[in-house]
Design a protein around this ligand. Structure first.
Ligand SMILES: Cc1ncc(COP(=O)(O)O)c(C=O)c1O
Length: 364
């Protein structure tokens, strides 16, 4: 094989896809509760995405040398939905985090705080802030970084920080939430002058039942990173910021060749409109899951970590469970040896939720 495969890939060849289903060469239909690692928020073959793709696109890419209506429109929508003031586009999550570090640094250079069990990406800056990779022997950025224990309000209160980066809900860490006192302590640090970066790359764009996950906790960050589903399946990331951050950044401080790709932005327009429309649906399904399925997990002595359609739980052997449900044509994700994570497309319907949870529960 010429392709360097660094993942435990599924033994199927996907030939078709529709709604929340992947269809392999043999016509087998799999319920996809992973959404291409949280990207396919609108599932597959979505009519509004297809409509854009079928239009005439005289140019797909213009570069950062040109302004465009679509760039301004998507930036404007992001600001309208989040209350932020400015947006810079990137190509990926890790690149959004790199930009966020630089932008925060311009305003308040110094010690950066991150948290245990965190994941912010794989390029040097983002890797340096990702506690999940602390054992990896790769080059890191040469700045003072401290990892505070996740969800410990006292440690945050006593910290001395210039910049704090956090996931509102730790995704790769296993869908681990923080408490309100923890988030209040972050807000206090922000009041004292720390730049708060919310990494919403996994939790944002409606996943938790609000457009941004920080909305659940009353946090208004200085910088927000987005990526994953933003480009509707085409690489696109965004760094959203407060005007206090933006006014300290000048031409030459940062840049990108492909960031803000025209096709990705046209699809982002669809993603933003549709995900916002889906918020009541996500919240309704979340309550439905709470009522119908969570008691069955509790009866088995298990607790489910869940916010909207961002769901995780622990089992003795996650890979074994993943393989069992795969035999029943359901795809789930294992971010850890003991952890199952569910990131279904936000368009999932009640009867599909039934199939997903009934299949999982049959095997635990
Ligand atoms: C919270 C968070 N930050 C950053 C990243 C990195 O994103 P990407 O893989 O697009 O570089 C991820 C990816 O899973 C993520 O979940």
């Amino acid at each position: 094989m010429k392709f360097l495969n660094l993942y435990n890939t599924y033994p199927i060849e996907v030939e078709d896809a529709d709604g929340i289903y992947l269809i392999d060469k043999n016509g087998n239909k799999y319920l996809d509760a992973v959404s291409g690692l949280g990207v396919n928020l609108l599932g597959y073959n979505h009519p509004e995405i297809n409509k854009v793709l079928s239009e005439n696109h005289p140019f797909l890419h213009l570069s950062s040398l040109y302004l465009s209506d679509i760039k301004e429109e998507v930036a404007g929508t992001l600001c309208e939905f989040t209350g932020m003031d400015n947006v810079f586009f990137s190509n990926s999550g890790t690149e959004s985090v790199e930009g966020a570090i630089k932008f925060a640094w311009k305003t308040n250079p110094g010690k950066i705080i991150s948290f245990t069990n965190s994941f912010h990406g794989r390029t040097s800056g983002a890797l340096s802030l990702s506690h999940k990779f602390i054992q990896q022997q790769f080059p890191r950025i040469d700045v003072e970084i401290e990892f505070l224990p996740w969800n410990n309000p006292e440690k945050v209160a006593n910290a001395d920080a210039n910049i704090i980066i956090f996931e509102p809900i730790q995704g790769a860490g296993g869908v681990i939430q923080g408490s309100q006192p923890f988030f209040d302590a972050l807000k206090e640090q922000q009041k004292k002058g720390a730049i708060l970066i919310a990494d919403e790359i996994q939790a944002g764009l409606g996943r938790t039942g609000k457009f941004l996950a920080v909305e659940h906790y009353g946090i208004k960050p200085d910088i927000i990173t987005l990526a994953k589903g933003l480009g509707g399946g085409i690489p696109l990331g965004a760094i959203l910021m407060d005007k206090g951050i933006a006014e300290n950044i000048t031409t030459g401080d940062h840049g990108t060749t492909m960031g803000g790709n025209i096709l990705a932005l046209k699809l982002a327009k669809v993603v933003l409109t549709e995900t916002r429309k889906l918020l009541p649906h996500i919240n309704e399904l979340s309550l439905y899951i709470d009522k119908k399925f969570i008691p069955s997990f509790e009866n088995k002595g298990m607790s489910v970590r869940k916010k909207g359609l961002f769901i995780g739980f622990d089992v003795d052997d996650a890979v074994k469970l993943k393989n069992y449900v795969f035999q029943d044509k359901v795809i789930v994700n294992t971010p850890g040896k003991n952890t199952i994570r569910l990131l279904p497309p936000l368009i999932i319907k009640k009867e599909e939720v039934d199939n997903l949870f009934n299949t999982i529960l049959r095997h635990i």
